[in-house]
Design a protein around this ligand. Sequence first.
Ligand SMILES: *[C@@H]1O[C@H](CO)[C@@H](O)[C@H](O)[C@H]1NC(C)=O
Length: 299
Amino acid sequence: MLLLLLLLFKGLPCHGASTVAPLLLGFRHPASEEPLSFRFVQISSFANHSCAHIQASGWLGDVQTHVLDSVSGTIRFLRPWSQGTFSKQELKNLEALLLLYLHSFNKEVQAFASQFQFEYPFELQVLSGCQMHAGKASESFLNGAYQGSDFLSFQGNSWKPSPGAGSRAQNVCRVLNHYRIIKEIVQSLLSDICPRFLAGLLEAGKSELEQQDGNSIFLMLICLTIIVTLVLLVVVDSWFRKQSSNQNILSLHVPNPAFSTRVNIQDPKNSGHQLCLAQEFWIKNRFLKNWKTSLKQLW
Ligand SMILES: *[C@@H]1O[C@H](CO)[C@@H](O)[C@H](O)[C@H]1NC(C)=O
């Protein structure tokens, strides 16, 4: 019965919730301690010595704001406010730097693959960005993974191998630490440019995000009303079934009325909780699907 309810709920026109939910989950946390973050995600896949793919995207919390268009070799701004408050010139410089980096990254990795003992096929991931706590202090991070495992990170002003990443990571960090200019650029990107860009995104996106916040409350109310109505229907329905099963032998064919009665009447709190969990699960699934679709668009 609960399953049926969920199936019904899935078909109801609450689609807005699936696009708004990530905004709520990942972006606006004025009261909670959840920090606001801007993250740059890079995934480089190396099939062999001559073939490599790169995917890159920018995220404000869980909201995707930027994507690398690998066909045109440019960065696409996915939201009207994705440019933040940076000037055209600043953005142009930043984009040029990023594209140069992405282009060089694959080439350099291919060139150093055997020295670094990277074994084809392999995948490298970079997660970098910055986050704000209570709108003030910021914290930056850059982590690299090899084949899905922690490999190295940028700490302070140098590259550090991850614990357990072995001599391969130590070797890579030793080489990377020789490039002082690169370290300075990374440091300035992480500790200066990223926090400023994040603050600008928050400022530029404020009105849209607030609006999507006022819509989501409305949608949540609609969904809540529907859920309450459905739960009531189920309760009433199973009550009637129970009544009729007392009088009518035929109703023994009704699938498990005792179960639905127990869940829905005797423990309404629990069933409500399960419903919320299932709904949350579904919303997350929807978001994951959207995310996968947008990742696929990169290919
Ligand atoms: C490299 O990998 C790509 C994609 O898997 C494949 O099409 C290509 O033939 C491979 N090239 C070599 C030299 O192995």
